[in-house]
Design a protein around this ligand. Structure first.
Ligand SMILES: [Fe+2]
Length: 298
């Protein structure tokens, strides 16, 4: 049996989530280093940056049209090298799957942080091309997927896991995925914040059930309570940044350092244009993405 599974951590474990067996691998070889942003062609084309330890492998992958980050994570100390993709994009599925193959990983999950409005998820395509891959999204998103997660759940890949933290406000169903805590897990922790917390920014709150008040409380209660050195990996960046930390966002985020009322006023006055792809992307993403890529978002 492969040693990966999704565990619902609440007391009322369902059959689907409760078959976690005792770990057989020691968590003895872990450390994680901050990514260095040395790529001067950051906004010119798709690229990737990476950081690797003896147990966890992470690749940060970029899709330029929607400025989306996809993350590839794997437990490379596990004999099966189980891997997952967070927020894959339809246009870059070929690249992502080629990388998975080249690295000798076994892709088991394609996960979304929320139902995206600015790009079509790659989960539908991935499921069609890699037998056995399960798609995951939050139950609150009301989108289709193979598995649904809620606050407090853990998504295991090998002997590593992602903790699910509900961070609604950008959309009703937004979640942040946080690497495991304690001995054997990467240090510092990593938070994949989707569109809730961006680097020195945050996701908009004016559609898809968004709420600035809810977003403010989500970030302060679920992300800013993580250790200060936790690495913040967002779903998007439009300025060329790749990673931040909880400490940095608590100190310098121009929106989240304000009080709630000021934050709400900022969010009410962004005057952002209607998302170009929302009318195509949201219907597609509600059904786990498309089986074939659609045209350019522009
Ligand atoms: Fe979004």
């Amino acid at each position: 049996m492969l040693g990966f599974h999704l565990l619902r951590s609440s007391i009322s474990s369902s059959n689907l989530f409760s078959n976690f067996s005792a770990k057989t691998h020691l968590f003895s070889l872990l450390s994680i280093s901050r990514l260095s942003n040395t790529n001067p062609r950051l906004q010119m084309e798709c690229y990737s940056t990476s950081s690797e330890t003896s147990r966890i492998l992470i690749r940060q992958l970029f899709e330029k049209d929607s400025s989306t980050y996809t993350y590839l994570l794997a437990d490379v100390a596990h004999p099966e090298k189980p891997a997952l993709l967070i927020d894959p994009v339809d246009k870059t599925v070929d690249r992502d799957l080629s990388l998975v193959k080249e690295l000798g990983l076994k892709l088991i999950y394609a996960i979304n942080t929320h139902c995206h409005a600015d790009h079509v998820t790659g989960t539908g395509l991935i499921k069609g091309r890699v037998p056995g891959v399960k798609s995951i999204i939050s139950k609150e998103s009301r989108a289709k997927a193979d598995l649904f997660v809620e606050h407090g759940d853990k998504i295991y890949f090998g002997d590593l896991y992602l903790e699910v933290r509900a961070t609604p406000g950008h959309t009703l169903g937004c979640v942040t995925y946080v690497t495991g805590d304690g001995s054997g897990h990467p240090q510092p922790r990593m938070a994949f914040t989707g569109d809730a917390l961006l680097i020195h920014g945050c996701g908009r709150t004016d559609f898809q059930g968004g709420s600035s008040s809810q977003l403010y409380h989500s970030i302060h209660s679920q992300i800013f309570t993580l250790p200060n050195d936790t690495l913040v990996y967002p779903c998007h960046d439009y300025k060329g940044f790749t990673v931040s930390t909880v400490r940095e966002e608590k100190q310098y985020n121009p929106r989240l350092t304000k009080d709630e009322e000021t934050f709400k006023k900022i969010m009410e006055n962004l005057n952002l244009p209607y998302p170009k792809l929302i009318d195509k992307a949201v219907p597609a993403n509600l059904v786990c993405g498309l089986q074939e890529p659609i045209g350019n978002a522009a």
